[in-house]
Design a protein around this ligand. Structure first.
Ligand SMILES: Cc1cc2nc3c(=O)[nH]c(=O)nc-3n(C[C@H](O)[C@H](O)[C@H](O)COP(=O)(O)OP(=O)(O)OC[C@H]3O[C@@H](n4cnc5c(N)ncnc54)[C@H](O)[C@@H]3O)c2cc1C
Length: 391
């Protein structure tokens, strides 16, 4: 008999409650007021607006799912998804930075830090006083992250870190990083361990900042560890658990990249609908041509499907249910439809869509990150296939 593919029976309430709607509305207002006016200027010069991150912290957006006892907003994944979507609808870069801060760095400490570590770091991260980063990827180990070369060697009561992490969101500007380093032999099982490293620790520096196609207002950079000595109290969880922890962190992180994709797709779609009604050719609005309206119909349908997949993964995460498959499905589908929607939006804008005077070229550039970061679409399919085949 074939394994039961879908986790039925499951219940999901499609009605968003008052709190969720208020949080979404607050994020929307913030994005319109404080982000929208600067989007193209930041994109052009690759400016990472740290002040905006601090300001989002004051609203609780930097610690959405962090419990109130650690200074967070104490909300759940549904609210978190809505926040990322609303911010990404206006600017994918800020959405990405928010996602990396909340799900990766803060999420890792929340899930695997001990009480002392949570009390020391979470209040600063959740209120936006500190910006966090999370370093797993290296130049030669992206999808194959378990093969990392960055090492942590124990000497008396200290660990000595050596190596470089690449493609790290806030690699230069973060106040604290969670870094996963190899503590065993290459390719050995359970050979990695996670550590927190505060900025200012001797031997830890930011490196080259990447010049990117999209997500240009989100800082992406190297983090270099050169004989960086840290106390054992900076270790997160057990020695050897770093990679297993990372996979768990990525399960949650993928929900935020799914939400990022949905937000970008919604932004591109809304711009395309508006333009299609305003732009006239052959004495008619272009929306009256079936070739255009069918594109909009596809976009609307696919965005709704992606949104529902993402909310389902968030719902399961809130309930503490297994969601490796669901978060990979949400991430895979939402990323791909973000790219497709943004591509079609450029097409609907015609030549104007190819210029920086209209918003869709930015959605087009930003969307591509979603199919790459936190596991490429190919890797998501490997995860989904594995889950489906084991039943
Ligand atoms: C803007 C940005 C921000 C990022 N932020 C962070 C961050 O904060 N922290 C962090 O740790 N990392 C971060 N990353 C890194 C990101 O997670 C990696 O880029 C991603 O996991 C892919 O790794 P790679 O780039 O080395 O590609 P590769 O692993 O070299 O993949 C290249 C191609 O080969 C395919 N491929 C690889 N293996 C297989 C396989 N087994 N089967 C089929 N196809 C395969 C991939 O799908 C891809 O198409 C960021 C990346 C970007 C671009």
């Amino acid at each position: 008999m074939l394994p039961f593919l879908f986790n039925r029976p499951y219940h999901m309430d499609f009605e968003l409650d008052e709190v969720s709607l208020q949080v979404a509305s607050m994020a929307r207002d913030f994005a319109q007021q404080h982000i929208r006016p600067h989007v193209m200027e930041w994109d052009e010069v690759q400016h990472f607006p740290i002040d905006i991150m601090h300001a989002m912290g004051k609203l609780g957006l930097m610690g959405v799912v962090v419990p109130e006892e650690y200074g967070g907003a104490g909300m759940g994944y549904i609210e978190y998804i809505l926040v990322i979507e609303e911010i990404a609808k206006v600017c994918g870069s800020i959405g990405l930075s928010l996602a990396a801060h909340n799900s990766l760095c803060t999420g890792h400490i929340l899930a695997f830090g001990n009480e002392e570590q949570k009390k020391a770091y979470l209040p600063k991260l959740a209120t936006g006083e500190w910006i966090g980063s999370w370093g797993l990827t290296e130049a030669n180990t992206g999808s194959d992250a378990a093969n990392m070369q960055c090492t942590a060697v124990k000497k008396n009561d200290e660990w000595i870190l050596n190596g470089t992490k690449n493609w790290i969101t806030h690699g230069i500007s973060s106040n604290i990083t969670v870094v996963v380093a190899r503590t065993g032999a290459p390719r050995e099982r359970n050979n990695a361990t996670a550590f927190v490293v505060p900025r200012g620790t001797s031997g830890f520096t930011g490196g080259k900042k990447e010049n990117k196609l999209g997500m240009r207002a989100s800082e992406t950079a190297e983090m270099i560890f050169d004989n960086c000595r840290i106390p054992d109290s900076y270790r997160l969880g057990n020695v050897g658990d770093g990679f297993k922890q990372s996979l768990k962190v990525l399960d949650g992180g993928r929900i935020s990249i799914a939400a990022l994709g949905v937000g970008i797709a919604k932004g591109a779609y809304e711009a395309a609908v508006k333009y299609s009604k305003e732009r006239h050719q052959f004495d008619k609005p272009i929306s009256s041509f079936q070739a255009i309206s069918f594109k909009l119909a596809d976009m609307a349908t696919e965005i709704m499907a992606a949104d529902l997949l993402t909310l389902q993964a968030g719902y399961r995460k809130n309930k503490g249910l297994p969601m490796t498959k669901e978060s990979a499905m949400a991430k895979y589908y939402s990323s791909e439809i973000a790219v497709k929607t943004a591509t079609d939006a450029v097409q609907i804008f015609g030549g104007y869509g190819y210029t920086k005077d209209f918003p869709v070229e930015k959605y087009y550039r930003d969307s591509k990150l979603c199919t790459i970061g936190e596991g490429t679409s190919e890797i998501q399919k490997i995860v989904i296939a594995r889950e489906v085949l084991i039943g």
